[in-house]
Write a protein that binds this ligand. Sequence first.
Ligand code: NAD
Ligand code: UFG
Length: 338
Amino acid sequence: MAILVTGGAGYIGSHTVLTLLERGDDVVVIDNLSNASRTSLDRVAELTGREPTVYIADILDKEALRTIFSRHNITDVIHFAGLKSVSESVKEPLAYYENNVTGTLVLLHEMLAAGVNHFIFSSSATVYGNPESVPLNEQARTGGTTNPYGTSKYMVEQILADFSHAQPDFRITCLRYFNPVGAHPSGRIGEDPNGIPNNLVPYISQVAIGKLETVSVFGNDYPTPDGTGVRDYIHVMDLATGHLAALDSQDKGAAFKVFNLGTGIGYSVLNLIEAFEKAAQTQIPYQFVARRPGDIAECWSDPSLARTELGWQATHNLDDMMRDTWNWQKNNPNGYRM
Ligand code: NAD
Ligand code: UFG
């Protein structure tokens, strides 16, 4: 019996593969390495003393999926593979719909053909669009997404809900991640963005290591306590255990389920800079600049449904997140590139 992890060489995937291997699960990974390095999985093997079976292939490739399902006794699929840059999705919408929507359809077809019916999907807080109020629980209005990336996640959730009606034997869980940050405490695996990071925490950590000069804080005139954007940052190791909890509870309750994975606490951009300064024992230069188009003022979760139904909650605080991010960054200044 094995768990198929699509996108398992990526940031959240590699931490989840590690956590699965550590508890004794057998893992098969499919990843086309479009946004990852094979080294992440070599390091997972080094940390756990166990090897996942790895296929360097695309989820759009039916034959590759067919081979995997025929060779391994797959019981569950955790589906991370996809493209995730908001700004890139505006420039390349077709690539985003193809990878994120068509890729999921191809995978579901092959699961049906192979008789594999447990599915966990990487969704995102982005499906809530511009929140009417915070904290957001799973009943909050979805849609109103403002970019192809967000729309692709929203569309896949809709497809999965329809598919679940048609295939009641399928167990489907959508996990809506808030803002994943941090790294494995060993500092051996972590987030390795291509080029100049779009996201706040990788940007701050590259300023801390001296690769970038100053953090541009996008707006200080939001209706938030210090005027900067507020988000619910969650440690990637907490996300990993959230996936295990979701796997373990798939046969309980409804056939189609949705959970927020967040901490329930909102922090501002300035809170993050301050916490990072403490972790790295250095000053982070920053300047206020205009708001980034498409950004929302604040977004944080009500994570209580995952607590009551999955028995899961985040255990890492902001200091833990910044400590582990810095530990990864300082030990791997060029990410997985030597
Ligand atoms: P990532 O880019 O590090 O991981 C995605 C992995 O999928 C990469 O290893 C990439 O090479 C692989 N991949 C992409 N397209 C593929 C394809 N067609 N076939 C095979 N492999 C393919 O991203 P991540 O941060 O680990 O995110 C994982 C998932 O979680 C994504 O679906 C993302 O949209 C979602 N998510 C991420 C965040 C975030 O901020 N990191 C927030 C919410 C949701
Ligand atoms: N920010 C800055 N400077 C930067 C980068 C970000 O001030 O250089 C601010 C943003 O304005 C925002 C906060 O830091 O207030 C967090 O920004 P991120 O880009 O790190 O994260 P977002 O909340 O914008 O985006 C995340 C995911 C997306 C997802 C979105 C909505 O990265 O994939 O949440 O759920 F679509």
